[in-house]
Design a protein around this ligand. Structure first.
Ligand code: NAX
Length: 326
């Protein structure tokens, strides 16, 4: 039996975690031969009774891979020796709250968590930020953890890729597993750029099978605004699909993507003109625990323009939280 890995999850009383935790414990994220120790990191001063209830349910599943489980509200305890940190908890936007207020409220959470990860987590910890605005929150955590490698940090854009693949598969009447090279660039916001320029279905380019009107007027807006559409329909934001995408993201990062392109927001090394260090959605290939953006693609002018808009948006977000970054 393999040695267990230490997985810390924040936002454990939230709706995403209610789906995510059970899939981790069932072996979907790290494989069915990999035991896990779970730490649930709650918010200091809040009523964490719901977390106790979730832990009772996890226990009642009798998952053979769940070796140990603890909860805490202290980040220094919560991230101690963490091999994987899933930062899901974030303050939701409240009535009358401006985007700038939300950025600030969440910036302090990710500053604290970045500092704690820097102090006590495994030096190889893999961090996935789900809580929004996830690209900027991941950047804040990364900047506050100077002793960890920047490559240890990422943000969730796999949900956007999964949404793009689902729309494409429906349009082309194929299965999502028939698709390859679907990419989403940029920020996890309505500005993101879903890109099928390089995509194939059953090994053939999808472009001759699609028309520009559908791509620009239906596909791109459907993917970019899907979160809002789900909120309107369900009366609650995407949860199970976000949890499933988080499982996909970490699974492929840890176990490899088998040369498949997977969209991850990772710190740029200057690829495609994205400023160094900006946490940006790129198509990546994962191998031996390393996610590498695919380089040298001949982007269309449309994609280049959208990438530029995403860079500007992330620069504005960074500016709004600059006092939380050393
Ligand atoms: P919930 O509102 O159900 O749960 C939020 C969790 O965060 C709770 O456990 C709560 O205690 C915790 N929390 C709230 N305020 C906090 C604070 N000040 N400090 C620490 N923890 C705090 O949200 P849920 O639906 O689970 O979504 C969690 C986050 O994921 C949100 O920020 C949401 O916007 C984001 N999402 C990100 C997605 C992505 O693709 N990157 C998609 C889904 C989702 O929208």
């Amino acid at each position: 039996m393999k040695k267990p890995i230490n997985v810390t999850v924040t936002g454990a009383t939230g709706q995403i975690a209610y789906s995510l935790l059970f899939r981790i414990a069932a072996g979907c994220m790290f494989g069915t031969d990999q035991p896990v120790n779970l730490t649930l990191l709650g918010r200091a001063g809040s009523n964490n009774a719901a977390m106790t209830g979730t832990m009772m349910e996890l226990e009642d599943c009798a998952f053979p891979l769940l070796w140990n489980m603890v909860d805490t509200t202290d980040p220094m305890q919560g991230f101690r020796d963490a091999d994987v940190a899933l930062l899901v908890g974030a303050r939701p936007r409240g009535p009358g709250m401006e985007r700038a207020d939300l950025l600030q409220a969440n910036a302090s959470i990710f500053q604290t968590q970045g500092r704690a990860l820097n102090e006590v987590a495994s030096r190889d910890v893999k961090v996935l930020v789900v809580g929004n605005p996830c690209n900027t929150n991941a950047w804040i955590a990364m900047k506050n953890a100077p002793d960890l490698k920047a490559e240890n940090f990422s943000a969730l854009m796999r949900l956007d890729q999964n949404r793009a693949e689902a729309q494409l598969a429906k349009r082309l009447q194929v299965r999502t597993t028939d698709l390859a090279h679907v990419a989403v660039w940029g920020n996890h916001s309505p500005s993101m750029a879903a890109d099928v320029t390089f995509s194939t279905a059953c090994g053939e380019s999808v472009l001759p099978k699609l028309d520009n009107v559908w791509l620009e007027k239906e596909f791109a807006p459907t993917v970019a605004k899907r979160g809002g559409a789900i909120l309107a329909a369900r009366g609650a934001s995407s949860a199970a699909s976000a949890a499933s995408a988080s499982v996909d993201h970490m699974h492929d990062w840890v176990l490899g993507s088998n040369q498949r392109w997977v969209t991850m927001a990772v710190p740029s090394k200057g690829q495609y003109g994205v400023p160094e260090g900006m946490v940006f959605g790129f198509p990546c290939v994962c191998e031996n625990g390393v996610a590498t953006p695919v380089e040298g693609l001949a982007l269309t002018d449309v994609t280049k323009t959208k990438i530029l808009a995403n860079i500007r948006e992330l620069q504005a977000e960074a500016q709004a939280v600059k006092e939380f970054v050393p």
